[in-house]
Design a protein around this ligand. Sequence first.
Ligand code: AMP
Length: 214
Amino acid sequence: MQLILLGPPGAGKGTQASFLEQEHGLAKLSTGDMLRAEVKSGSELGQELQEVMSSGKLVDDSLMISLIRERIAKPDCERGFILDGFPRTLAQAEALTTMLEEVDRRLQHVIELKVDDEALVERISGRYSCAKCGEGYHDSFKLPKQDGVCDKCGSTEFSRRADDNAETVASRLDAYHAQTEPLVAYYRDLGILASVDGMAEMDEVQRQINGIIL
Ligand code: AMP
């Protein structure tokens, strides 16, 4: 099964993609995570990416398309995958349709997570994650059970994304509305779009997604 989770930054795509990965054995492909790993490597490309990402703008289509083309050819994608953060432009969506056709695969569902812009700013500015295992937390909605200790792996180190600050969030939302939102109509026309209420509790969103894909 091939799925896309579509929605603005902070809509909960990463959280829901992790649930789907654990529950259904699908590979989670987060382009944001892939790009952050490149930035962390300190490569020349990583330095260029960091500049674009900290401005809240989108990375070049051709780079993103080749990144995904290589990634979906890996063995862990054989059973299927969930795309989190890709495609983000019409050019990326069209390239994805073509590259899947080439390997005789297709998308089953594109699930749009609908969330109000005002809620997104609050969600994004409070989020952080465990520096070791990546488990996500939030200043208002999800604190570790024991103060300063990761529930999942016991680490005491946490980190915040450099682009999760008020100015960058505003331009990431602008980029979403201008460049990514048109994909809702693109996938609706292909007959594979379903929308869920991303403002609902995490478990409820998960239930709604399972109702669509099962
Ligand atoms: P995310 O973790 O999905 O919020 O992505 C963080 C940043 O990485 C975005 O603000 C973009 O600068 C960049 N990025 C991630 N995925 C894409 C994509 N599919 N196309 C272009 N830029 C991307």
